[in-house]
Design a protein around this ligand. Structure first.
Ligand SMILES: [Cu+2]
Length: 156
């Protein structure tokens, strides 16, 4: 019950402020990074794929991921799988906060990127897919995710 209340509170957090119209493009936040990013290659083509990896915050202050996009997918969202009363459910996270020095692990059965509307019917093993994490302050973090059938050795 505590978990459910906590998740509900997370869901109600604001999505972030829209960037000011006149502001120049935000610089990349080089102190936030993605390690071992990978996309699970399904046994058969699917309209939705899942991405995993570790998001690190080496900045001095808290950072929050508020959006993710990719030129290869029509829509990307951050999901969390939870088991409620023995039933596995997915919910969308509008905001993923990362304390200074913290790392969020995205892995099967937990946090993941839901990659929807791919631009190709199928992906090949070893293919490299560009993604961009958008932070709350507008900074963008480019990352590369590799298509593979299972987690890399350090990826889980
Ligand atoms: Cu999902």
């Amino acid at each position: 019950m505590l978990t459910r209340t906590f998740l509900l509170a997370l869901a109600l957090l604001p999505f972030g402020q829209p960037a000011a119209q006149a502001a120049p493009p935000a610089p990349a936040a080089s102190c936030v990074s993605v390690e071992d990013g990978w996309i699970r290659l399904p046994p058969a083509p699917r309209p939705m794929l899942a991405g995993f990896g570790r998001i690190r915050n080496d900045c001095r202050d808290t950072q929050a991921v508020v959006a993710v996009r990719s030129p290869r997918f029509g829509e990307v969202s951050l999901h969390e799988t939870t088991v409620v009363d023995g039933v596995s459910r997915m919910r969308e996270l509008q905001r993923l906060p990362l304390a200074p020095g913290a790392e969020a692990a995205l892995r099967p059965g937990g946090l993941h990127l839901m990659l929807m509307r791919p631009d190709a019917a199928a992906f090949a093993e070893g293919e490299r897919v560009p993604l961009v994490l958008v932070l709350e302050d507008g900074a963008e973090v480019p990352a590369t995710f590799v298509v593979r059938p299972a987690a890399p050795p350090r990826g889980d």
